[in-house]
Write a protein that binds this ligand. Structure first.
Ligand code: NAP
Ligand code: 8YV
Length: 318
């Protein structure tokens, strides 16, 4: 018997791809690479596999009349048209929780890196420059004030780590969380004005587009740092480059960018930034856990069984 057909709309992580291929015939981006073959294939597709960065439009979903599930390898799904999927009877799932601790680890790693200038110091030693004298002084992290833009699963995990560093934690979110014990600010600008480090960890998409704009960066000020591990779309990159170039903020550490994998050329030449290639959940253990969960969701969705982790807006799926 032939394997059921699944469409991969992104270049999938090998762990996820391998698991899918054990059960399904996986068609890798056929809608883009071979549109003629896709016309014949589309009615046979029962599942769609995506990454957290994938864009899946209502137009593409409408071409897949027998798709039952869209399983995202990632917690973010801002590029997926979930309401169109609901309307077409396609359940959308993602991989929350299994990556929370890794993303929080990287957020703290980036914060420490930019404040203590660890990458710059590494380059200094490698370049044989230590005999010239000591490196530029860094900024103290322990005891500093941390602002979190977003206090969900990952934001809370970052807050726990920051508390262990003796940092004073405050946050903004859609809703105040009085039980958290952290100070709530109603806007990102109000929060930015009160902190030494501002960490962005909201979903992407229209509702958070440029939440961190020129006004927020001005409020953050010349002694404070921005760390973004959310989505590039949440920060106005043009305003950020300007703020970094003019010393309006002290520095930035960025794991995500507006047009990945492209990074603004200006950032590459600045010495007060630390840049990583969207790798906050990229450990062997977490990638495997994400693959296992995304695969389990795919299997459940195709079999019409209860989904493990549907996205909150998904109205379908047992
Ligand atoms: P989550 O539990 O849903 O938390 C999201 C938080 O963002 C919540 O506190 C929410 O506020 C807040 N929020 C949402 N919209 C907002 C808005 N318009 N203004 C202010 N705050 C807003 O999600 P999570 O698991 O922590 O993940 C967060 C995001 O991290 C993901 O969606 C993804 O984009 C990103 N991420 C990035 C990487 C990476 O590799 N860099 C890895 C994983 C995740 P309320 O609590 O009030 O609802
Ligand atoms: C992944 C992410 O790197 O979970 C997310 O939302 O951004 C990251 O964990 C990505 O989804 C895998 O492509």
């Amino acid at each position: 018997m032939s394997k059921p057909d699944v469409l991969a709309v992104a270049k999938l992580h090998p762990f996820y791809l391998k698991a899918l291929q054990s059960v399904y015939a996986v068609h890798e981006r056929t809608h883009l690479t071979d549109p003629a073959a896709f016309v014949e294939l589309a009615p046979r597709i029962v599942g769609i596999a995506a990454s957290g960065e994938s864009v899946v439009t209502s137009e593409l979903l409408a071409q897949l009349p027998n798709a039952r599930v869209l399983s995202v390898f990632g917690v973010g799904y801002d590029g997926i048209d979930v309401s169109a999927a609901n309307a077409l009877g396609i359940a959308v799932t993602h991989t929350p929780d299994v990556l929370t601790e890794d993303v929080a680890d990287l957020a703290l790693g980036l914060l420490l890196s930019v404040a203590r200038r660890i990458p710059q110091a590494d380059s200094y030693v490698r370049a044989g420059r230590w005999p010239e004298g000591p490196v530029e002084l860094g900024q103290k992290v322990s005891g500093a004030r941390l602002g979190l833009v977003g206090l969900g699963r990952i934001g809370q995990a970052i807050a726990r780590r920051a508390s262990a560093f003796g940092m004073k934690v405050a946050y903004t979110a859609r809703n105040a969380k009085p039980d958290s014990g952290y100070d709530f600010y109603p806007t990102a600008a109000a929060l930015a004005a009160q902190v030494d480090f501002l960490v962005v960890i909201t979903p992407g998409g229209a509702s958070t587009q440029h939440l961190i704009n020129a006004d927020v960066l001005a409020a953050l000020g010349p002694k404070a740092y921005l760390i973004n591990v959310a989505r590039g779309s949440v920060v106005d990159e043009t305003a950020l480059v300007k703020a970094l170039q003019t010393g309006q903020i002290a520095g930035a550490a960025l794991d995500v960018f507006a047009h990945e994998p492209n990074v603004p050329a200006e950032l590459l030449h600045l010495t007060n930034v630390v840049l990583t290639p969207h790798m906050a959940s990229a450990t062997v253990q977490t990638r495997q856990a994400m693959a296992d969960l995304a695969f389990a969701n795919m299997q459940a969705g195709i079999a019409g069984q209860k989904l493990l982790t549907p996205v909150p807006e998904c109205t379908l799926g047992a």
